[in-house]
Design a protein around this ligand. Structure first.
Ligand SMILES: Cc1ncc(COP(=O)(O)O)c(C=O)c1O
Length: 404
């Protein structure tokens, strides 16, 4: 096959989704063409309009996660920014109260959690990283419970792994955390927009999410939902102008201004709001159902290829649409190159910002894996082309071939 003429087939939705929801480009462009004013910075009509769009975006986010108070949604730059606020804000608040700090996370978490924690360890914060099952990448809720100590201030865990797609039993973990009285921070980077996420059903206190992956908004937007009352346990980490209470040189305590200093990414917010409206019109249940079906279909196709290993659960019920593939025949970087060149398949090789997850699967020291991840616009044909391409590229290797 001539690679240059192959259609490009996007399988990197775990990094950021593409295509975006159909309305996103128009909404963002339309916003930028008009008087694109900054909410809270002025009292004229366009400023009020900007504020109302931002309010609507928060309301739509609330509806999606089963929350009730839009002001508890703090808009951030991305999921990393939201996780950083939750983790560092928790430590800042505990330190002010001269409390010792212990945090529980897992080996399946992303560097957006692991790196801030590693840095905080240098300042005396103690961390426990709960190990996962090396075949499935799943975490036992009882193991999380066993890791909790008297001064545990936070349990931070990702819902869906960006390496193996393993979907953790958050509701069971949430119940355990509630019993222990420890706040639960969930990283929904790989599940929001793909899977049902309900902050009450799951016992979540802090929900970090990107707006640019499963929610189909533009890059540069994300959020942190905070259960009412968590403000007393999470200090702001970025302080400054909010457009409110300008007469004071102290940070406002009202939500969400307490955490949202500086001008907002309005093009990102408007784009995310348009995406959320599209999601609502399509119906979340039908989107989730299709995602489950495609997740199962792609898993089935990949498991039929006997030259590859797919990391993570073989039961589609325990996973989302993220598949990391390893083969003895081709290194991940080379496999990615061949899949793009010969089949137009765009995936991501390497460690995927999750070294402990790759260590769990034994792939950390061998270049990681080649990752494919699906979104709502991935077609059956895309999956067939990817699976056929993988079968072909891993069947016989030229990399290690002995010259005749
Ligand atoms: C599990 C997980 N957490 C956090 C992040 C960081 O998200 P963002 O790129 O929005 O900062 C990612 C990104 O890939 C992720 O997969």
């Amino acid at each position: 096959m001539n690679g240059e003429s192959s259609p490009r087939r996007y399988f990197d939705n775990a990094a950021t989704s593409w295509p975006k929801a159909p309305s996103v480009a128009w909404a963002t462009q339309n916003w930028l063409k008009g008087i694109s004013a900054s909410p809270g910075r002025g009292a004229y009509e366009e400023v009020r309009h900007a504020a109302s769009l931002m309010d609507r975006c928060r309301l739509n986010l609330c509806k999606l996660i089963g929350a009730e108070t839009p002001d508890q949604i703090v808009l951030t730059l991305n999921c990393t920014d939201a996780l950083s606020l939750a983790i560092e804000g928790t430590c800042r608040s505990a330190r002010r109260q001269e409390q010792s700090i212990h945090i529980v996370t897992t080996a399946m978490d992303h560097n957006s959690v692991l790196r801030p924690l590693r840095d905080l360890e240098a300042d005396g914060v103690r961390c426990t990283r709960v190990l996962a099952d090396p075949r499935t990448g799943l975490i036992e809720p009882d193991a999380v419970m066993a890791a909790i100590e008297a001064d545990t201030r936070l349990v931070a865990i990702n819902h869906g792994s960006n390496v193996s797609g393993s979907v953790q039993p958050i509701d069971a973990i949430g119940t355990r955390c509630q019993e222990a009285g420890v706040p639960l921070l969930v990283d929904a980077a790989q599940t929001i927009g793909h899977r049902h996420v309900d902050v009450d059903d799951m016992g979540i206190d802090l929900l970090a999410f990107p707006g640019h992956k499963g929610l189909l908004g533009p890059l540069g937007i994300g959020g942190l939902w905070m259960r009412p009352g968590m403000e007393s346990k999470v200090a702001p980490v970025r302080l400054g102008g909010t457009g409110s209470r300008s007469e004071l040189d102290i940070q406002p305590t009202t939500m969400p201004d307490r955490y949202e200093s500086g001008s907002h990414n309005m093009p990102g917010i408007v784009g995310l709001d348009a995406a959320l409206q599209w999601i609502e019109a399509e119906g979340t249940e039908s989107l989730y159902q299709r995602d489950r079906e495609m997740t199962a279909f792609m898993l089935e196709r990949l498991l039929m290829i006997d030259t590859i290993t797919v990391l993570g659960p073989t039961d589609p019920e325990n996973r989302c649409g993220v598949y990391s593939i390893v083969t003895e025949n081709v290194a991940p970087e080379e496999l990615a190159r061949r899949m793009e060149t010969h089949h137009g398949i765009l995936g991501r090789p390497g460690i995927h910002c999750a070294p402990a997850a790759h260590r769990t699967f034994g792939t950390l020291d061998s270049g990681g894996a080649f990752r494919l991840s699906i979104g709502p616009f991935t077609s059956i044909e895309d999956v067939e082309v990817a699976a056929d391409g993988l079968a072909k590229e891993t069947a016989c290797s030229t990399q290690f071939a002995i010259p005749a």
